[in-house]
Design a protein around this ligand. Structure first.
Ligand SMILES: NC(=O)c1ccc[n+]([C@@H]2O[C@H](COP(=O)([O-])OP(=O)(O)OC[C@H]3O[C@@H](n4cnc5c(N)ncnc54)[C@H](O)[C@@H]3O)[C@@H](O)[C@H]2O)c1
Length: 256
């Protein structure tokens, strides 16, 4: 069974690297036209160029998801270039490994930046994509990239964890309130990948890999390519009965 997204147009945020980039490549290979959105510009341009040179359809747009005008423009680009919008994957995110910890002395700037991108940024992407999908009147599918940190209290990064938890509420809201328009919304909750968002800022990436990697039943940390197929399936017509779901893809770690 092959997943086909032929004829569909997808907007993917945070698509210059990681899960967003892997999803953009897989969706394009599955027949979708893809708007590769995110910052920095060089990342999204490279991904779109790679897709185009392999015969897929893609356009890059530098988009800071915390800026509503830029998000609105990314949706407009989808419509101008490809005529419509069927799919949103909200993957852009940051993790301020050093600053976002110890709530009693948390720099409030860390809370604000994390929530501006990871929480408000997802809301904005959903808002402007929904506006277009409602106007089109032919349904749509949204996938919000949350995290297994939303299911537990163990993450050191309080703003990150609380934002990822809030996204599960946003997912439920959209699923319920847009079901009658044929618009589905699901959350994907990845476990620990080999590289984190803002990985270069992690105080001890090798220690993290050793500690977390050893605890994963499937025996290794995840990769973006482990997450992209679930996201792509959820955006396809094969998943037409799935909405409001929370799909954990974590090598088994949350069920230990
Ligand atoms: N890596 C993990 O271990 C892990 C685990 C669970 C969940 N996630 C989530 O998966 C999503 C993707 O992360 P990833 O692992 O692919 O890491 P990543 O850092 O490769 O991807 C995040 C992307 O978002 C971009 N970005 C940052 N700020 C932005 C902004 N203001 N506007 C637009 N784009 C912006 C980054 O440049 C990057 O390309 C994130 O939401 C992350 O929280 C990651």
């Amino acid at each position: 069974m092959e997943i086909s997204l032929a004829g569909k147009v997808a907007l993917i945020t945070g698509a210059g690297s990681g899960i967003g980039a892997a999803t953009a490549r897989l969706m394009a290979a599955s027949g979708a036209s893809v708007v590769v959105a995110g910052i920095p510009a060089a990342g999204v341009e490279t991904v779109a160029r790679d897709i185009s040179s392999s015969g897929g359809k893609a356009v890059a747009i530098a988009t800071d998801v915390s800026d509503s005008e830029q998000v609105k423009t990314a949706v407009d680009v989808a419509v101008e270039r490809f005529g419509r919008l069927d799919i949103l994957v909200a993957s852009a995110g940051v993790q301020m490994h050093r600053e976002d910890r110890d709530l009693h002395q948390l720099p409030e700037s860390a809370w604000d930046r994390t929530h501006d991108i990871n929480y408000r940024g997802v809301m904005l992407a959903c808002k402007y994509s929904l506006a277009r999908m409602v106007e089109q009147g032919s349904g749509g599918s949204i996938v919000i990239i949350s995290s297994i940190t939303a299911l537990r209290g163990t993450s050191a990064n309080v703003s990150y964890m609380s934002g990822k938890t809030g996204l599960l509420g946003l997912n439920r809201y959209i699923a319920i309130h847009y079901a009658n328009r044929g618009i589905r919304c699901n959350a994907v909750l990845p476990g620990a990948l080999e590289r984190t968002p803002d990985h270069d800022d992690h105080p001890d990436p090798e220690g993290r890999s050793r500690t977390l990697g050893g605890k994963i039943p499937l025996g290794r940390l995840g990769r973006p390519e482990d997450i992209a197929p679930t996201v792509t399936f959820l955006c396809s017509d094969l998943a037409s009965y799935a909405t409001g779901g929370e799909f954990v893809v974590d090598g088994g770690v949350t069920v230990i």
